[in-house]
Ligand binder design. Structure first.
Ligand SMILES: Cc1cc2nc3c(=O)[nH]c(=O)nc-3n(C[C@H](O)[C@H](O)[C@H](O)COP(=O)(O)OP(=O)(O)OC[C@H]3O[C@@H](n4cnc5c(N)ncnc54)[C@H](O)[C@@H]3O)c2cc1C
Length: 406
């Protein structure tokens, strides 16, 4: 518990913890605790539970469904959700698209899209990267040609996370080929059911369908789906990336994973004693915990600044850089703590259709303690964290150029 919590804060913490104990379904809790990513169904169920309580989008302005919490309450809520093994909310929809529409959307766009998020009817995916445009995002080539009241969009987006469940995609498109790369880009909202959109799955090293490639072939998008100004989508894109990078500090995930690692260290033994009783392991835990607390305090400073009205700025890159490395190190320490049990992984959760990797049968997994089956899935998954949302090298470049002005 935080030393600076007031009696009111403690009452709020108890209220949140009680809500989670009461409402989070046991099967979802077990899956999250054992390290599996929450899929569409778990995420949807949890969104519905939070929405019914008015806690789905706490950081949005109150008029759009926000909870009106102060920084400490947000901090307490996120901490209790992490320690209670709640699935994360869908960051692309709630942490990225929502704040950007609130800042840049027209009244009609807000009225159309924000309530549908609150009612858990619509999900978004992010159409930024392309086969030839990742770190150098401004070189993107997906083209939108104006034709009367519509844009005709052609091109392809790649690494589209949760594209298979998204009802909509926010998409960066080139609307002026003759301008400088950053100046000819626009930000469009696209309904995934529009004719001409097709999706190809991409499986990751842990067996999960982590992302997709999306093809757009003469897709007709009404002009009213343009956010902000034509050819000024780069401002919107950057603002959204800053929100993404705040989310990608992954403090909640690190808290959950470190908490789980301590639980495992109380059970796993080496040389007749549990790991938690051994100095070398305690030093490892202490080093991870120190980094986590420093990151947590820094994230809180950023949140406090945004609550007092300031926009996020490029220095948010340091949170993404530090946070993604920290989760990786915690998950590596978890696999290390498990020894041989950390190596096999549960393909039955990963590959629902055929099993091309010839993976483990359920019986093989029975020999593993519950907490081990998801360890390698999570560890492999976390390799992506230093790439997704802009690689570590790119975060360092942003800080060098835009923050330190080197
Ligand atoms: C799990 C995951 C989920 C993702 N989800 C989405 C999504 O939903 N929507 C979406 O649009 N995109 C998504 N992405 C894509 C992600 O944004 C890109 O992978 C990322 O921006 C890097 O681009 P790239 O893969 O093309 O690599 P490249 O840009 O080709 O980079 C390759 C390597 O070169 C380095 N590099 C590149 N430029 C520089 C430079 N100037 N200085 C130093 N080093 C450099 C990079 O750091 C990297 O190591 C996702 C990626 C992952 C891994």
């Amino acid at each position: 518990m935080d030393m600076q919590e007031t009696a009111e804060d403690r009452a709020f913490r108890a209220e949140v913890a009680g809500f989670i104990a009461d409402k989070l379904p046991a099967d979802i809790r077990t899956r999250v605790r054992d390290g599996y990513d929450a899929g569409r169904d778990d995420t949807r169920r949890w969104h519905e539970i939070l929405a019914a309580r008015g806690w789905l989008v706490p950081s949005w302005p109150a008029e759009w469904g926000g909870a009106g919490w102060n920084v400490m309450q947000r901090h307490i809520f996120e901490e209790e959700c992490a320690l209670g093994y709640c699935p994360p909310v869908h960051g692309i929809t709630i942490g990225m698209l929502g704040p950007v529409l609130i800042r840049y959307g027209t009244e009609a766009q807000k009225q159309r899209y924000l309530p549908a998020i609150l009612n858990v009817r619509e999900w978004w995916c992010q159409g930024y990267s392309e086969p030839g445009a990742g770190s150098d995002l401004a070189s993107l080539k997906t083209e939108a040609r104006r034709d009367g009241d519509a844009y005709i969009v052609n091109g392809s987006k790649i690494w589209t996370s949760t594209g298979e469940w998204a009802t909509h995609m926010f998409c960066l498109v080139r609307t002026d080929k003759s301008a400088k790369p950053q100046e000819g880009i626009s930000f469009l909202l696209i309904d995934m059911k529009t004719a001409g959109i097709s999706i190809r799955p991409i499986h990751a090293i842990n067996g999960h369908r982590l992302f997709n490639q999306v093809f757009l072939d003469n897709v007709v998008v009404p002009v009213e789906n343009l956010v902000h100004k034509e050819n000024d989508g780069w401002s919107v894109a950057k603002s959204l990336l800053e929100h993404e990078r705040l989310n990608l500090s992954r403090v909640g995930e690190s808290k959950k994973r470190l908490h789980r690692l301590k639980e495992i260290a109380r059970v796993e033994r080496e040389g007749g004693r549990t790991l938690i009783e051994q100095d070398w392991f305690r030093r490892k835990l202490a080093a991870l915990e120190t980094r986590l607390r420093a990151l947590d305090a820094t994230v809180l400073r950023f949140i406090a600044r945004t609550q007092s009205g300031a926009a996020l700025d490029p220095s948010v890159s340091m949170l993404k850089l530090r946070g993604s490395q920290l989760v990786q190190d915690i998950l590596q320490a978890t696999v290390d703590a498990l020894g041989y049990y950390g190596l096999p992984f549960d393909l039955s959760t990963a590959l629902s259709d055929s099993d091309p990797l010839g993976g483990l049968a359920d019986d093989d997994l029975d020999v593993l303690p519950d907490y081990a089956a998801g360890a390698s899935v999570s560890r492999f998954r976390s390799r992506a964290f230093t790439i997704a949302g802009g690689s570590s090298e790119v975060q360092r470049n942003v800080m060098a150029k835009q923050v330190l002005k080197l």
